[in-house]
Design a protein around this ligand. Structure first.
Ligand SMILES: Nc1ncnc2c1ncn2[C@@H]1O[C@H](COP(=O)(O)OP(=O)(O)O)[C@@H](O)[C@H]1O
Ligand SMILES: [Mg+2]
Length: 380
């Protein structure tokens, strides 16, 4: 294939969440898996301070140079007085055909970066602004799930304004003795606490409010089986086999420590064999969730399954991990789609979605103007 017909991909990674380093590993793997006869790849590292590094500088960090040092050097090259200085290096993006953001959490999964791609008029892998933002906010996600009759845990939303109305006894009466406390817009179990008494409740709420002005207090699913599914595609998405995550002790949940500090006791079962009915129900709930939220490209959906075998949708990850041991690609491998194939498909879904959206008019068209004949047609 000659250079001209190669697709130029902008791979964005990093970000300012606790998954900054995970994102780097995800990006490394995606980069390595891309067929360089078919793709030219530019790298854009978003530093923890929110500065996008050039392709050349991002590559140096990719190759092991210290991120802070490279970033400091790069910042001297842009005009700091320019309000677009933090994203200045994206001006190289004019030659890019499609962006592949693999920034987990804040700025990556919450609709922010997707809004930037819209402004740049570029296709991008994954969900759009609205679906990303709604799926990142655990309260909004649950509101959509509930409106669509998709099972999720009972919960309350605490804000600085209503905080005083909810003491432990009030919450206990509504949700039971044990509750989960979580910031609405976070990930990686950051700010999440299990509380079974007043002190734990007060401490948990205080910590959660450090991360968000909206805090969820949820009914606990006791000793849950944690099950995951990968979904891939746009209008007619595919569902993978299921996987399970097991944490060592029954009194510990899948917390920050288990995820990032000492994951030695955590085991993944990919694929996991569950009773046929349960497998079917989880798969259907996954596809319903994907459609209800308007997700595109991909998502990993996590469930909590109670001891009596009832599945609850836990949360939705719109840009899930892509490391060697990440569940999203592993579940596809177990289902028969290789890592390389997965990347190819994601890029082509991005192009399709962009072309489809591009048919829409944004300005008023008089009814008698036939020059823009109706483009309405069901997709696929
Ligand atoms: N309602 C709940 N009942 C039981 N365990 C829960 C509940 N909510 C969360 N957990 C535990 O906390 C972990 C993190 O919660 P989750 O909602 O997935 O947040 P995050 O986005 O930070 O991963 C879950 O993987 C699970 O171990
Ligand atoms: Mg989770």
């Amino acid at each position: 294939m000659d250079t001209k017909s190669k697709l130029h991909v902008g791979l964005l990674f990093g970000g300012n969440s606790s998954e900054h380093d995970v994102s780097k590993r995800s990006a490394h793997n995606i980069y390595d898996a891309m067929d360089k006869d078919r793709y030219d790849v530019s790298l854009f590292l978003l530093t923890r301070d929110g500065f996008v590094l050039s392709d050349e500088a991002s590559r140096r960090v990719f190759d092991g140079e210290d991120e802070l040092e490279v970033a400091a050097e790069e910042q001297t090259k842009v005009d700091a007085a320019n309000p677009l200085a933090p994203i200045w290096n994206l001006s190289q993006a004019k030659n890019i055909d499609v962006f592949f953001p693999i920034i987990h959490g804040n700025l990556g999964e919450d609709g922010t970066i997707q809004g930037l791609f819209r402004l740049l008029k570029k296709p991008f892998v994954g969900s759009g602004v609205l679906a990303s933002a709604v799926s990142f906010d655990k309260d909004m996600t649950k509101q959509v799930l509930t409106a669509h009759g998709i099972r999720n845990t009972k919960y309350l939303v605490l804000t600085p304004e209503n905080r005083a109305d909810f003491d432990y006894a009030t919450v206990q009466a509504k949700l039971g003795d044990n509750v989960f406390i979580k910031p609405a817009n976070q990930g990686s179990s950051v700010g999440i606490h299990k509380a079974g008494n007043e002190q734990e409740f007060e401490d948990g709420i205080e910590d959660a409010f450090r991360y968000d002005f909206k805090v969820l207090v949820e009914q606990t699913i006791d000793g849950p089986e944690e099950v995951e599914i990968s979904i891939l595609g746009n209008e007619k998405p595919l569902a993978s086999k299921l996987g399970a995550i097991r944490v060592p002790k029954s009194d510990v949940f899948y917390d920050y420590n288990n995820k990032f500090v000492d994951a030695s006791g955590v085991t993944f079962e990919v694929p996991v064999t569950l009773p046929e009915d349960l497998t079917k129900e989880i798969t259907e709930m996954g596809l319903q969730t994907y459609a209800a939220l308007g997700l595109k490209g991909m998502a990993r959906i996590d469930y909590l399954v109670s001891k009596d075998g009832v599945p609850y949708v836990g949360e939705v990850n719109t840009l899930p991990g892509f490391t060697n041991i990440s569940l999203y690609p592993q579940l596809w491998q177990a289902t028969g789609i290789s890592y390389e194939d997965l990347i190819d498909r994601l890029i082509s879904y991005a192009m399709n979605e962009f072309n489809y959206q591009d048919e829409l008019a944004y300005d008023f068209i008089p009814l008698d103007d036939n020059s823009a004949a109706s483009t309405y047609k069901p997709k696929n």
